[in-house]
Design a protein around this ligand. Structure first.
Ligand code: EPU
Length: 358
């Protein structure tokens, strides 16, 4: 690995031929031709200019917990290492605070910070791997809470217009595992920071079945009890990426027509479902479909379907990104054949064309 300072003044250290395995939670072997860790917002324009001068494509990387690299990256990987959490001085109200958090902060550390400071609203989102900047991209959600419940705004650097832009939560178009950053702004926004509105008094969301069960013995749970219960449920079902490579749910839960759902119910009366905003559409748990298609705990070499959660694909050690992708495709084909439902990755598969071509 060679290290040299970027030739443009004000850019960070450029490293070449960098192993990305430790930086991506799937822990598949992949290398970046060039790599920069970005610690200062104002270094971004010069870094991007330099990549442009060298004709290099740029990949922006957060915590690396929601991506599957299927080949080496031929350009510059910019890891967002921007840090800082602050309460907005103008935000005091009896009930709420506004909190700014930089994109490179660890999401779970932010959840802990909030709990320690008695700022409530994201305790259900404990232990979600990844960085703060990645949270709005897929509108992270778990156990009955989504980022959209607390998001006020997002600041990002627009790669097309070379300027910092702020979007309100509404402008971010947050939906189930979706946002403007996955749609119209895909590939053209580098998220710099988010602003969250958090409550000074807890308003606990404990209706999610697994959570209710975990809190069964506690008569009047506190926010910390909810946090602890979420951590316990996640630890019991979801593999720790530090131990077993994975990127959380590999697929989105599919949204299907009520007609298809009714047809499926005739054969599988126990098929769970969730309501959506559209009364004609129903969301189904992909994990359930994958398990019924016989994939839970299956292993192809070092690529596997997790034994406790069929929606999570895992790397038992030496699986390549391509092998994980081939397994994912095989799973999706089975579900298509058995249920006539098309599964789409929730994980960011790179390059994007790989999902279509395997
Ligand atoms: N199920 C199975 N087999 C399994 C696992 C689950 O049949 O192996 C069934 C369960 O019995 C339940 C249903 O599937 O009826 C839903 O399971 P679970 O509560 O575990 O949630 P999920 O729909 O599989 C979603 C999110 C998770 C989030 C949990 C809890 C998506 C794509 N995934 O999973 O998010 O933690 O709900 O809210 O929406 C992630 O995005 O990476 C992630 C882990």
């Amino acid at each position: 690995m060679t290290i040299s300072r970027g030739s443009t003044e004000g850019t960070g250290l450029w490293q070449s031929d960098v192993d990305l395995r430790r930086l991506c939670s799937f822990a598949t072997a992949a290398r970046a031709r060039f790599f920069v860790a970005l610690e200062q917002e104002d270094e971004l324009p010069a870094t991007l200019d330099e990549a442009n001068d060298k004709d290099l494509p740029v990949l922006i990387m957060g915590g690396g917990s929601n991506m599957l690299l299927t080949e080496n990256y031929p350009g510059l990987v910019v890891k967002i290492d921007l840090k800082g959490i602050s309460v907005r001085a103008d935000s005091s109200s009896a009930d709420h605070v506004l909190l700014n958090a930089a994109a490179g902060e660890n999401w779970h550390a932010l959840v802990e910070y909030c709990l320690d400071n008695s700022f409530y609203g994201i305790e259900n989102l404990a232990l979600i791997p990844g960085s703060v900047g990645a949270a709005p991209v897929q509108n992270i959600g778990a156990y009955g809470v989504e980022l959209s419940d607390v998001l006020v705004s997002v600041r990002y650097f627009d790669l097309r217009f070379q300027q910092v832009v702020q979007l309100s939560a509404q402008e971010c178009q947050l939906a189930y595992r979706d946002s403007i950053f996955k749609q119209a702004l895909k590939g053209s926004a580098v998220i710099l920071s988010v602003c969250l509105r958090l409550a000074k008094k807890p308003d606990l969301k404990i209706a999610y079945p697994a959570l209710q069960q975990a809190l069964h013995d506690i008569s009047d749970p506190s926010a910390r009890d909810v946090f602890n219960a979420v951590c316990a449920v996640r630890r019991s079902k979801l593999p720790d990426p530090a131990v077993l490579g994975n990127a959380g749910s590999f697929f989105r839960n599919p949204v299907v027509s009520r007609t298809l759902y009714q047809t499926l119910l005739q054969q599988w009366p126990e098929l769970p479902s969730y309501a959506t905003d559209n009364p004609e559409k129903v969301k189904l748990p992909a994990a359930w479909l994958i398990e019924r298609a016989g994939w839970k705990g299956k292993r192809h070499g070092d690529a596997g379907v997790h034994e406790q959660q069929a929606l999570v694909l895992v790397n038992y050690g030496q699986a390549t990104g391509l092998q994980i992708l081939q397994l994912a495709k095989a799973v999706a084909r089975s579900v298509q054949q058995q249920f006539n439902i098309s599964l789409e990755p929730e994980v960011n598969v790179l390059p994007a064309s790989a999902w279509q071509s395997v």
